[in-house]
Ligand binder design. Structure first.
Ligand code: SF4
Length: 881
């Protein structure tokens, strides 16, 4: 649609990078040099955005019971079923489960419909799984969900403490900014994480604490600060309450550095070094993310961190402060509109009657909900036991991402009426009675807010395909059909945004810091040309920096210390489940891979589901690197290939969160995770679940290279990788190899038109099929485990689509190229497509540093996310040489 560059925002992580994008051959993208969040840089995911806008797998038309339907029919049905359910069972019998992928305007109308007009609090968002504990912690300490700092504080800090944050992979551009500051001013970096992540690779101190011990560590810090006198007594006296109780409990909980070290599984000297560093450094930013939030005690962890900043007065000033970074592009926007079940709107709350009354008057919504609704885990429990009878899921995939995902699937299956609006088919759309096709990134138009409270526009540059509609439009159409048309009569996103901004300023005399008052008068033209800016945006003059005057949005204007103690872990490992399972993100993937999984260069670094375990645990379980493992917890099971690594501490395992049923037979971390939640935030524990790992006795392995998009059934294990020209499927089973051949052969498009080879014992099988132009269309290799031939050449033929020569045809079934073909190996740098073998060769040829490798191959010089892996390859190959 737009052949000139449009300024928009990346739809992935909470860094919120500016992107310049235009249509053409999919889309071309580059970092926006004028966007303050990224100043022109993009990470591997952001750089590949242009490759994600294809229509494969897109939902393009409404469907009812899996059959195409017209919009009017589908919308009428949804509105009628919700209306009838509410009439018969009351407003709390329906629910919305929405997403940090929605734009602020989508979020606003969804929240307004459920809380204001349906009259239930039953709207929650997948941000519940991401940062609800930060929200709860902020509200306890500050009185409002406030992130005090901005990204400029990263540039100006002298010490950055990253706790529960693998920023190098999960917030790469922010991490690069931090490294740039380190280079420029020598910023010290402390990483607190049970895993030795890529982030831990470039730090001054890595504290690999035991999972869940964060409160003890920060209580110890608070007690230490009090002991050595590094407190800002004036700040504490003038601006806070509750210090005495908090420090007394911290001192009782963490009486000595030795006690803390023992309780956290750390070395005393390391803990002491951290405490001293924090103590003597004025400009400290403590960054926390999912490692803190995704916990049964996440809110206490957040408050233990904030306590240390309040005690030292290191908040509201340049280069310092507690800083929660969000996982999703608009998690913050969702918090602003009240997308969480326990918030109302515009940072107003159910526990304040005046707030409920205020929002009701503003919306002219006398039937407004008066109490909080069900948080995500409880919501799906209510779906399962029939209390919620009609559910609308927007832009998220809970059948994969929720903890105890098997039970969530059963709940969806049993639910009377499920609506899913999304951009693609997912594991969740399988349970939908009605599917509604929503607009995707590049087609959508609206606002997002990043982790530093910066509002930016997402702008469309592609036409909406098929019958796709924007989420806000779909929600308003349903609202109108339910009889609420007057309150949802918005012409466009700009009109919604103006109302949202006006609500934030409504009867707000400075009590609520979230205030977009000035933007309530934004013209359509101003909305169109809106430049990124931080909130608050008040009509009256304001301080540049939040909390710089020491005043907090609490009734007495003071921040609150929260006395917290280290609790025991929610679930303890035991003889049956001896490992602690941690889950998280991969460098190049996003959520359940609905967008990134189809991009070959984003699949190339980790092409299969892998579980990371320590060599000691591998030996104890009889596991070798590359074995297929069966993983089980009290809640479910999964399969993944074993990667043995010292980065994982003994007793712990790590499985990425991304693998859905579209990309593997059974590798979902959600199925293993516990539905145990934090008592304040309702956020589930996703970082510490007792796990058993045993070897899966696989008898045969296969690899299918095909242009077709398949979801195999009947296999013990399969996973797939997008490659140029198609897909590569890894197959495996416990059947005998001859049975495996039968099973795998069933996947071929035309088993009767193949060149084939089978060994005399019938245990090894190879087959290839050509298209009408004589190019390779499909190839299958099956062999007893460990005996598969190389497939690089065949995979390259799938991508090249060139007519095969007779020499090639003869060589096909051997899998070996007739001409020498160097293999790049697994891709390490996805920005420049540089593989592990190329890096090893470069090291052997004398490239012994990141800088020289960068100069020679380009690897590591763009987004920088692969630098730690390159460094480890240099180390390994230098040692070998
Ligand atoms: Fe997108 Fe986050 Fe990467 Fe920026 S750092 S390009 S917002 S994924």
């Amino acid at each position: 649609m737009s052949s000139t560059e449009v300024s928009t925002t990346c739809p992935y992580c909470g860094v919120g990078c500016g992107v310049l994008a235009k249509a053409g051959g999919g889309a071309s993208v580059r970092g926006d040099p004028d966007h303050p969040a990224n100043r022109g840089k993009l990470c591997s995911k952001g750089s590949a955005l242009g490759e994600t806008v294809g229509l494969d797998g897109r939902l393009l038309h409404p469907e009812i019971a899996g059959k195409r339907a017209g919009w009017d029919t589908a919308l009428d049905l949804v509105a009628r079923r919700f209306r009838d359910t509410i009439a018969e069972h009351g407003p709390d019998s329906v629910a919305f489960y929405i997403s940090g992928q929605l734009l602020t305007e989508d979020y606003y109308v969804a929240n307004k419909l459920m809380k204001g007009f349906i009259g239930s609090g039953n709207i929650d968002t997948n941000s519940r799984l991401c940062m609800a504990s930060s929200v709860a912690g902020h509200r306890r300490a500050f009185g409002e969900d406030i992130v005090p700092g901005t990204y400029e504080d990263f540039d100006e800090a002298d010490l950055i403490v990253l706790t529960g944050s693998n920023a190098a992979w999960c917030h790469p551009i922010l991490y690069q900014r931090l490294l740039a500051a380190r280079k420029a001013r020598g910023t010290r970096i402390v990483v607190i994480d049970p895993r030795r992540t890529a982030t831990a690779d470039e730090c001054d101190l890595h504290l690999a604490l035991d999972p869940g011990a964060d409160v003890l560590l920060f209580n110890g810090l608070l007690a230490h600060l009090a002991r050595v006198g590094t407190l800002d007594q004036d700040y504490i006296a003038a601006n806070t309450t509750g210090f005495d109780q908090a420090v007394a409990l911290a001192a009782a909980d963490a009486p000595s550095v030795e006690h803390v070290a023992r309780g956290c599984g750390l070395v005393v000297a390391d803990v002491r070094f951290f405490y001293e560093l924090f103590s003597v450094t004025e400009r400290v930013v403590t960054v926390y993310s999912q490692g803190v939030n995704q916990s049964a005690h996440g809110t206490d962890k957040v408050n233990a961190i904030i306590n240390c900043h309040l005690a030292t007065g290191r908040i509201g000033r340049p280069g310092m402060g507690p800083f929660s970074v969000t996982g999703q592009p608009n998690a913050m926007g969702g918090r602003e509109v009240g997308g969480l079940a326990n918030q109302l709107a515009a940072h107003m709350n159910f526990d304040n009657r005046a707030d409920v009354d205020r929002v009701a008057r503003f919306w002219n919504a006398p039937e407004i909900a008066t109490r909080a609704g069900l948080k995500a885990v409880d919501m799906f429990r209510a779906v399962g036991d029939g209390r919620v009878k009609a559910l609308w899921i927007m832009g998220t995939n809970p059948a994969v991402s929720m903890p105890d995902a098997g039970r969530v699937r059963s709940a969806l299956k049993a639910c009377d009426f499920v609506v899913v609006s999304d951009i693609t088919r997912t594991d969740t759309t399988r349970y939908a009675d009605v599917q509604l096709p929503a607009a995707a990134w590049g087609e959508k138009d609206g606002m997002v807010t990043n982790s530093e409270r910066r509002l930016s526009r997402q702008r469309p540059f592609l036409a909406m395909p098929g019958e796709v509609r924007p989420d806000w439009r779909i929600i308003c159409d349903i609202a109108a059909r339910m009889g609420f048309g007057a309150a949802f009569d918005f012409a466009d996103p700009a009109a919604i945004f103006r109302e949202h901004a006006a609500l934030s300023a409504f009867e707000n005399k400075g009590e609520r810091m979230f205030d977009l008052g000035t933007l309530a008068a934004l013209s359509d033209a101003d909305y169109e040309t809106f430049e990124p800016r931080l909130w608050p945006v008040r009509s009256r003059r304001q301080a540049d920096r939040l909390l710089s005057d020491g005043r907090f949005p609490t009734p007495d204007g003071r921040a609150r210390f929260i006395a917290v103690r280290q609790e025991g872990v929610a679930l303890a490992v035991n003889a049956g489940f001896p490992l602690a399972l941690n889950t998280g993100r991969l460098r190049d993937q996003w959520h359940t891979m609905t967008r990134t999984g189809a991009v070959p260069r984003l699949m190339a670094n980790t092409p299969e589901p892998m579980v990371d375990i320590n060599p000691r645990d591998a030996t104890a379980s009889g596991l070798a690197d590359g074995d297929l493992a069966h993983l089980s917890t009290r809640y479910g099971s999964a399969r993944a290939r074993v990667r043995i690594t010292e980065a994982q501490r003994p007793g712990q395992a790590f499985l990425p969160m991304h693998w859905s049923g579209y990309f593997a037979a059974n590798a979902g971390a959600g199925a293993l995770a516990a539905p145990i939640t934090d008592p304040y935030s309702g956020q589930p524990e996703l970082k510490n679940v007792p796990l058993r790992v045993v070897r899966e006795e696989i008898a045969w392995a296969g690899v299918l290279m095909t242009r077709r998009d398949l979801r195999p059934t009947g296999f013990v294990h399969w996973s797939r990788q997008a490659v140029a020209g198609g897909w590569v499927y890894e197959l495996g089973g416990t059947e005998t190899p001859d049975q495996g051949i039968l099973l795998a052969r069933g996947l071929l498009a035309n088993p009767d038109q193949l060149v084939e080879y089978r060994d005399r014992k019938g245990l090894t099988y190879r087959a290839a099929a050509m298209d009408e132009n004589g190019a390779l269309a499909e190839a299958l290799l099956v062999a007893p485990t460990g005996q598969l031939p190389a497939r690089d050449w065949l995979v390259s033929l799938l991508g090249s689509r060139v007519q095969l020569t007779s020499v090639d045809r003869h060589a096909l079934l051997s899998g070996r190229s007739p001409a020498a073909m160097p293999s790049a190996g697994r891709i390490v740098c996805s920005c420049f497509n540089i593989g592990v073998n190329q890096l090893a060769d470069a090291v052997a040829a004398g490239c012994r540093s990141l800088e020289v490798i960068g100069k020679e191959l380009g690897a590591g010089t763009n987004c920088g996310s692969c630098r730690s892996e390159i460094r480890s390859i240099i180390g390994k190959n230098r040692a070998a040489g």
